[in-house]
Design a protein around this ligand. Structure first.
Ligand code: PLP
Length: 422
């Protein structure tokens, strides 16, 4: 166990892990940032030792806060492939393009890494009930790990959450509530806070402010990328952004290994948000003070339902990560996201949901803006599976022509529908 202490990002108050802190007692909504003894880690494990361990998230257990292996709740998350995308690279005129395929996680998104850590900590702390505010993926992940651990999960999702996500939640036996969203303030967060603050449920959304443990999970994405690139640091990493917790985790993974002395340097981190909700990229464009990010003024309007946080809860840390790595932000339209989904599936065989493909849409935009050199090593995170959101898939994929089993009808439909001459 290498956690030395936790420290509130707002008031600086210090906690020991044994005190079982989740949120700062001062009520200032600071995040309890977790500090590790990197010297002790470097003395007990060599980076070469990692290769001997199974390739999944807990391979990096020294960098995770769970005090004993007996508390680990795992469904085999992480260990996802880093795919060299040669057809896509050719189309975009790049030489070294990689896709980190997070759709392969147990419930279909990278949120499994976060919730595996969160639920392991809930088990250590002895909680019986957990509550989450989520557009769907974090809730599905929490529900799956809660099921595995025997912890009851209450999930508040926005009324527009994709049905695929809700169905998944119900099967995992979560108690799901669709909450009407009429004002800018996220109503799911409001409900989650009532249950955690008044009724003692374990708050477990994928926002560091309400649960500092889960944000440690996505660090392991960066660690895997470095190992998969043979200890080379990529030049740029494209990260779809909602609450900026993923972005913060990605930065922290590189930070941990810099601190341990295993790598030297950072990639430029690139945050991608949809036009219809981009408070975080707006703050970056304004070179805002990280502690003064303004929330989006109205309900989000985007098909990327995983990126609809009107307030980026971990935007403070995320913005510092962009400043520190000379990173930047890009904004993409829903049509550009759909184009990216088609490219990922049609050129590389990876089917992503809109939020999952937004990173690629961001790369296309960054190339147009001359932010990318063709020789650079580029990693795009593909964060969630296409089957998560059947409603959107149905609206954007079109339909197949219906024919009788007759040769002529096949050729006619191929010509008229797909414009192919065989
Ligand atoms: C949650 C989510 C994101 C964004 O992560 P944040 O931590 O909210 O910035 C991106 N893609 C998918 C598929 C997600 O579920």
């Amino acid at each position: 166990m290498y956690v030395t202490h936790l420290k509130c990002s707002k008031c600086g108050r210090i906690y020991k892990l044994e005190e079982k802190p989740v949120m700062c007692k001062s009520g200032d909504l600071g995040r309890l940032d977790i500090y590790y003894d990197y010297n002790a880690i470097a003395n007990s494990v060599k980076k070469e030792d990692l290769a001997k361990r199974p390739f999944y998230m807990w391979r990096y257990r020294e960098f995770l806060p769970v005090p004993d292996e007996k508390y680990i709740v795992s469904l085999g998350e992480g260990g996802t492939p880093l795919i060299k995308a040669s057809r896509l690279a050719e189309k975009l005129n790049l030489r070294n393009l990689y896709l980190k395929d997070e759709t392969r996680n147990p419930t279909g998104s990278f949120k499994d890494r976060a919730m595996s850590v969160a639920v392991s900590m809930a088990k250590y702390f002895g909680f019986k009930r957990a509550v989450i505010a989520s557009s769907g993926n974090a809730a599905a992940a929490l529900a799956a790990y809660g099921a595995k651990a025997g912890i009851e999960v209450y999930a508040f999702v926005p009324d527009f959450a994709g049905y695929g996500k809700i169905a998944q939640l119900l099967y995992y036996n979560a108690k799901v509530f669709k909450v009407r969203w009429t004002e800018a303030e996220d109503p799911t967060v409001k409900m989650m806070r009532i249950l955690s603050e008044k009724y003692g449920f374990y708050p477990s959304p994928s926002f560091g402010v309400f649960n500092p443990y889960q944000i440690e999970g996505p660090k392991t994405i960066s660690m895997e990328i470095v190992e998969q690139l043979n200890w080379q640091i990529p030049d740029q990493v494209f990260v779809p952004t909602g609450a900026a917790s993923l972005l913060t985790g990605i930065f922290n993974g590189f930070r941990d290994w810099n601190e341990t002395g295993w790598i030297n340097g950072y990639p430029r981190l690139v945050s991608v948000q949809p036009e219809g909700n981009h408070p975080f990229v707006r703050a970056w464009r304004e070179r805002a003070d990280p502690d003064k990010i303004k929330p989006w003024e109205k309900p989000p309007e985007t098909i990327a339902t995983g990126l609809e946080d009107t307030f980026p809860w971990d935007g403070d840390a995320g913005l510092r990560a962009l400043y520190k790595t000379n990173g930047y932000g890009v904004v993409v339209s829903d049509n550009e996201i759909i184009e990216a989904m088609k490219m990922l599936a049609g050129l590389e065989g990876i089917f992503a949901e809109p939020s999952g493909a937004a990173g690629l849409a961001g790369l296309v935009k960054a190339i147009e803006n001359k932010m990318v050199d063709r020789d650079e090593t580029i990693v795009v995170l593909v964060t969630g599976h296409g089957l998560k959101d059947p409603d959107i898939v149905k609206k954007t994929a079109g339909d197949a022509p219906l024919i009788n089993p007759i040769e002529e009808e096949f050729f006619k439909a191929a010509r008229e529908y797909y414009k192919i001459q065989l």
